[in-house]
Ligand binder design. Structure first.
Ligand SMILES: [Zn+2]
Length: 157
């Protein structure tokens, strides 16, 4: 729709000055309203962008937290692995003499050692800790805390 029509010899304003003034005022009002609406839309857009940036930031933090939790689980899993078999120690046993912990299966797989002892160098069986080499005299006992942690972390994804 053309509100202002301009012909060759006369403009609308020179032909109908009063009517043209009303049209111009109406147009200005519409332009001003459109400008206000534009400003409001720009503000909404800026707000939406700020919310989007915040959402991206929260997502990044969540990803970082998940990665840290995953790394922590991996670390715990590594620490609950048997130093001999490298399997999670769900059947952990602790050596009473030194406190070193192994899986029961690994302790049972260690071949018997015999060492010369006494005045006549008689060979006697001597069990030693694989890590610190201390002589083990007492039977190892169950380490329920390590078993529980190993069981827990080995079932986490
Ligand atoms: Zn030891």
């Amino acid at each position: 729709m053309n509100i202002l029509e301009i012909d060759d010899d006369q403009t609308e304003s020179s032909r109908h000055p009063k009517e043209s003034g009303v049209v111009e005022t109406g147009l200005r009002r519409r332009i001003n309203k459109l400008r206000e609406k534009n400003v409001a839309l720009q503000n909404q857009l800026d707000e939406a962008k700020a919310q989007r940036d915040e959402a991206i930031s929260i997502k990044d933090e969540a990803i970082q937290a998940r990665n840290e939790a995953q790394a922590l689980i991996e670390e715990i899993l590594e620490r609950t692995r048997c130093p001999i078999s490298m399997e999670p120690m769900t059947d952990a046993k602790v050596l009473c003499e030194c406190g070193h912990t192994y899986s029961d299966q690994s302790l049972n797989s260690i071949p018997a050692r015999y060492e010369a002892s006494g005045q006549n160098n008689e060979k006697v069986r001597v069990d030693r800790c694989p890590e610190c080499a201390c002589v083990v005299g007492k039977p190892p006992i169950a380490n329920y805390t390590v078993r529980a942690i190993a069981d827990l972390v080995s079932h986490l994804d």
